[in-house]
Design a protein around this ligand. Structure first.
Ligand code: PEP
Length: 250
C-alpha cells in the first residue's frame, strides 16, 4: 500500500505577512489529517521562516530547485542541496515545467540534480509531463519516457524507491484545465508500467503524484484512481483551507 503524498508548490509567491497567515491556517488544521504525507515548498528565501513557523510535525518542508553543483562555490544566485538540507528540507521539486520552459533546464540537467539530491539524502519530486501540442501530436508517451529515462540512466532504477514522481501535464498547470481522472490515470499507469518493465518491486512502491489545477472539488476523484498517489498542488496550496481540503481528499 502506498501512502498518499500531497505537496504544495508555492512558486514565487508570498511575503512574510502572507506566509505567516498561510502557515497559521495550516497549523490549525494539519492535526486533522491522518495517513497522508504532506509538504510545502516555499520560495527558498522563506524556507527557514516556514520551517520555524510550522508546528505539530505533520507538514514537511521542501525547496523548489537546487543547483546542479553539489558543493559550495562561486555560483552567484544559486542554492545548494546542502543549504536546503541545513534548513531542514526533506524534499526538492526538480524538473518543474516552468524550470524546463522558462529557464531551459534540460532532461540531463534535471537528472543530474536528481542525483545531487539523492546523494544528499533529500527526496526529489521529479516533475514530468507533456505540452498540449505533444499530447495532440501523439508523442506524449515518448516525451514522458524520455524525461524518465534520462533520470534512470543517471541514478538507476533502484533509486526510484527514493524518488517521488509528479505527473504534471503542462497544459493543466495554472490554467484551470485539469486532466480528467481517466486521462491522468492512463498516464500514471503508463509511468508505473514503464518502471515495472525495469523493476516491478520498485514500480509498485513509487509514489506518483498528479499535478495540474487540482482543487478541493476535483481532488477526491483524481486521488481515487489506482495509480494516483496524491498531488503536487500549485495555486490551491496558497490557501490553507483549500490545501487542507485537498490533503483530506487524499
Ligand atoms: C504546479 O505548478 O506544480 C501546479 C500543479 O500548479 P497548479 O496547481 O496551479 O496548476
Amino acid at each position: 500500500m502506498r501512502k498518499p503524498f500531497v505537496a504544495g508548490n508555492w512558486k514565487m509567491h508570498g511575503s512574510k505577512a502572507s506566509i505567516e497567515s498561510l502557515v497559521d491556517g495550516l497549523n490549525a488544521q494539519a492535526g486533522q489529517i491522518e495517513n497522508v504525507d504532506m509538504a510545502v515548498c516555499p520560495p527558498a528565501i522563506y524556507i527557514d521562516f516556514v520551517q520555524s513557523s510550522l508546528t505539530g510535525g505533520k507538514i514537511a518542508v521542501g525547496a523548489q530547485n537546487i543547483a546542479e553543483e553539489p558543493v559550495q562555490g562561486a555560483f552567484t544566485g544559486e542554492t545548494s542541496v546542502e543549504m536546503i538540507k541545513d534548513l531542514g528540507c526533506a524534499y526538492v521539486i526538480l524538473g518543474h515545467s516552468e524550470r524546463r520552459a522558462i529557464y531551459g533546464e534540460t532532461d540531463a540537467q534535471v537528472a543530474s540534480k536528481v542525483k545531487v539530491a539523492l546523494d544528499a539524502g533529500v527526496t526529489p519530486i521529479l516533475c514530468v509531463g507533456e505540452t498540449l501540442e505533444e499530447r495532440e501530436s501523439g508523442v506524449m508517451e515518448k516525451v514522458i519516457a524520455t524525461q524518465i529515462d534520462a533520470v534512470v540512466d543517471v541514478v538507476g532504477i533502484e533509486a526510484f524507491e527514493k524518488i517521488v514522481i509528479a505527473y504534471e501535464p503542462v497544459w493543466a498547470i495554472g490554467t484551470g484545465k485539469t486532466a480528467s481522472p481517466e486521462q491522468a490515470q492512463e498516464v500514471h499507469a503508463f509511468i508505473r508500467g514503464k518502471l515495472a518493465g525495469l523493476n516491478a518491486v520498485v514500480a509498485d512502491k513509487v509514489i506518483i503524484q498528479y499535478g495540474g489545477s487540482v482543487k478541493p472539488d476535483n481532488a477526491a476523484e483524481l486521488f481515487a484512481q489506482a495509480d494516483i498517489d496524491g498531488g503536487l498542488i500549485g495555486g490551491a496550496s496558497l490557501n490553507a483551507d483549500d490545501f487542507m481540503a485537498i490533503c483530506k481528499a487524499a
